[in-house]
Design a binder for this molecule. Structure first.
Ligand SMILES: O=C1O[C@H](COP(=O)(O)O)[C@@H](O)[C@H](O)[C@H]1O
Length: 424
């Protein structure tokens, strides 16, 4: 029987809820270290991650002093950044620096990819330049379409925004750019850049951190109605997966079905709740079941019914293929921004962004040409030729039509016994 193709259906998100901020932080550190080890031991040899601002950086403090962290292998990007000077308290770099980078001198500044402050007044150029930094870091055959981060660490705003992707914003439909910009962010400061959905969906792992009662309602909405809020639109293709690191306040679920386990079996260090979303009325099966078993072995488990199933996988919003959300034409010829043209003229970097973009388009173009050149026949001709083939080709598996098979042509005839060769 033919082997079935691996499923492309996104895996259900996994949610961990911890009793204390310290537990959350320390388990998150374990999770990051695991992602780091996997990435470093692969042939890339480095760990490429994207970090958010807001409340997230503080939760990374359990990494400080952990001997397993290979800081020299880290390549850090920002999932989003506000267009303010890097020393401004509003800058995501500033927050990450205060909470983490400045406390780990082993993480060299050159591996922390920040925005170009000289371009703060030119958001389009600045986002192009940041995209170029990504392209240089991810240059390689497997990332021509989109970069694949080993880990993306995200926060979730009370309105369900993540990165700088806000509910109802046109950037939610961006399907071509790696990095996009906006100057109408509902949350100040207004001008920002952000990774786009296709990049987030491409990641190996996406981990959200959301804590506090203020996130309770929005977290419930994100889990109950996947695809509605920007944060729950991120559904990486398998084996990529979304993980939620929360505290009990945020994860408190009134409607959740709880399967209590004997409290005695729950070691204090393991007081995590694993909450899986499963379609209402369905039984937990397959991978989810294994996850549940594992969770059950170490603590409590909550299985939370999903109120709507299926509908959330449909794409939301249409994308005009010829225009990006930042309104740049991309129909086969690229309109290079001024910064790009300058780069092309200086022709300094081998992987200049325009060259990489051109390479992406050329490869895509080539694939389209090959498709076009494939010989085509009308459906009616193809059907006639198929009928003719069936009429003229004996099918031994249909003896009622083609008669019995001569023994020597029967593939199912028993093999002659008595050795592997015939002595004549
Ligand atoms: O503006 C932003 O907000 C989100 C969420 O922040 P939080 O403080 O509610 O966790 C953050 O993830 C993003 O990086 C930031 O620019």
């Amino acid at each position: 029987m033919a082997e079935s193709a691996p499923s492309t259906k996104p895996l259900a998100p996994v949610l961990y809820a911890f009793e204390t901020a310290d537990q959350l932080s320390s388990r998150l550190a374990d999770f990051i270290i695991k992602a780091q080890d996997e990435a470093v031991s692969s042939k890339k040899g480095v760990f490429r991650l994207a970090i958010s601002g807001g409340s997230l950086p503080k939760t990374l403090n359990a990494l400080i002093g952990r001997p397993e962290v290979k800081w020299d292998k880290w390549r850090v990007f920002f999932a989003d950044e506000r267009l303010v000077p890097l020393h401004s308290e509003d800058s995501n770099f500033y927050t990450c620096n205060e909470e983490l980078f400045s406390k780990v001198p082993e993480l060299k500044r050159e591996y922390i990819h920040t925005i170009d402050e000289k371009l703060l007044r030119e958001p389009e150029e600045l986002s192009d330049e940041y995209e170029k930094q990504l392209m240089t870091a991810f240059a390689g055959k497997d990332s021509v379409a989109f970069p694949r981060f080993d880990l993306v660490l995200l926060g979730m705003g009370p309105d369900g925004h993540t990165c700088s992707l806000f509910p109802g914003h046109a950037l939610l439909n961006e399907e071509l750019r790696w990095v996009a910009w906006l100057d109408d962010s509902p949350k100040p400061p207004p001008t920002r850049i952000t990774l786009t959905f296709p990049v987030l969906r491409h990641a190996h792992r996406v981990a959200f951190v959301a804590s506090g009662a203020g996130k309770q309602e929005v977290l419930a909405q994100a889990l109950d109605h996947p695809g509605e809020l920007p944060c729950s639109k991120i559904k990486p293709a398998p084996p990529g997966q979304v993980f939620w690191f929360t505290d009990l306040e945020a994860a408190k679920q009134d409607k959740a079905t709880t399967y209590p386990l004997p409290a005695a079996r729950v070691p204090n260090s393991e007081r995590a709740l694993l909450l899986c979303t499963v379609p209402r009325d369905s039984t937990v099966c397959g991978r989810q079941a294994r996850l549940c078993e594992r969770a059950a072995a170490s603590g409590h488990i909550l299985v939370r019914p999903q109120t709507r199933s299926g509908a959330d996988d449909r794409p939301t919003g249409r994308v005009d293929k010829r225009t990006t959300a930042n309104n740049r034409k991309v129909d086969n010829t690229l309109t290079f921004s001024r910064a790009h043209q300058a780069q092309r003229i200086s022709a300094g970097s081998k992987h200049s962004m325009s060259e990489l973009k051109l390479r992406r388009l050329t490869e895509h173009n080539q694939r389209l040409r090959e498709d076009l050149e494939r010989p085509r026949v009308r459906v009616s001709e193809a059907s006639a030729s198929l009928i003719q083939y069936c009429k003229s080709t004996r099918d031994h598996l249909c003896p009622s039509i083609w008669g019995p098979l001569p023994k020597n042509e029967d593939p199912y005839a028993p093999v002659a016994q008595g050795g592997c060769c015939t002595i004549m």
